[in-house]
Design a binder for this molecule. Structure first.
Ligand SMILES: NC(=O)c1ccc[n+]([C@@H]2O[C@H](COP(=O)([O-])OP(=O)(O)OC[C@H]3O[C@@H](n4cnc5c(N)ncnc54)[C@H](OP(=O)(O)O)[C@@H]3O)[C@@H](O)[C@H]2O)c1
Length: 215
């Protein structure tokens, strides 16, 4: 399949790299085509990898991934263009961290970035997932030595089924992928960042994840 991956940071590179490694085509998007990090990624990833503007990447993708700085994701997606997102699964991995205060979210409690994106692009099929862990773990869930959980949410059941299948190809076990319901569940998934940051500080590593234990 063809994927448009919006974002040249750790997440964009991890996701786009994995997609190409498992046989898909991925075009990495940034504010301007020819972004240095995107070009370096293309050179490293090889066949199946390309880069361009946000609009180039979104237009290329049958599925689009939002891996842009959460506080600016709406701008990035505007630049990608509503017509390039129409009818497509839009996987949102963003966390809306304020630029100036990294321990503050720009949206929380009664709203979330996932919901803002779904409202702004009603014809996109938004699925929030993978934002609750470090970029490396998103595409290498077996790297912790025991299984952990990934969450997802969204209003479109078909889109969630498609994203579940994609996560399985990343190495996630189907039983470890928890569907939290409609897109309003993005609030909890995004607000978890506050605890995640404290856990990183307390444990001294970003290589950890949630494992739900129940009877
Ligand atoms: N890093 C992680 O491990 C991790 C884990 C979970 C979730 N997340 C979330 O995933 C997303 C990506 O994180 P990241 O660390 O890979 O990268 P990031 O540094 O948060 O975001 C980089 C991307 O954001 C774009 N961007 C920055 N300012 C912008 C603006 N004013 N307008 C439009 N686009 C703008 C950049 O565009 P250019 O390419 O043009 O520079 C770049 O593509 C974030 O929302 C983050 O909170 C990250």
């Amino acid at each position: 399949m063809r994927f448009g991956v919006l974002g040249t940071g750790m997440v964009g590179r991890a996701i786009a790299g994995k997609l190409v490694a498992i046989g898909h085509e991925a075009r990495m998007g940034s504010r301007e085509a020819g972004n240095e990090k995107a070009l370096a990624w293309v050179a490293e990833a090889g066949e199946g990898a390309s880069e361009g503007s946000f609009a180039d990447a979104a237009g290329f993708g049958e599925v689009v991934v939002n891996a842009t700085a959460g506080a600016h994701s709406l701008e990035a997606l505007e630049a990608a263009g509503a017509k390039n997102l129409r009818g497509k699964v839009l996987i949102d991995i963003g966390n809306a961290m304020a630029d100036t205060q990294p321990t503050t979210l720009t949206v929380a409690n009664t709203d979330s970035l996932g919901e803002q994106i779904q409202r702004a692009f009603p014809e996109a099929r938004v699925v929030k997932t993978l934002n609750t862990m470090n970029a490396g773990l998103m595409v290498a869930p077996d790297s912790l030595g025991e299984t952990t959980n990934a969450f997802l949410c969204g209003d479109d059941a078909g889109a969630k089924a498609q994203v579940t299948e994609l996560l399985e190809t990343f190495g996630w076990l189907s039983g470890d992928i928890i569907d939290l319901g409609d897109i309003t569940a993005a609030r909890g998934m995004e607000m978890y960042l506050m605890l995640w940051l404290k856990l990183m500080g307390a444990t001294g590593t970003a290589q950890f994840n949630i494992r739900i234990v129940k009877d």
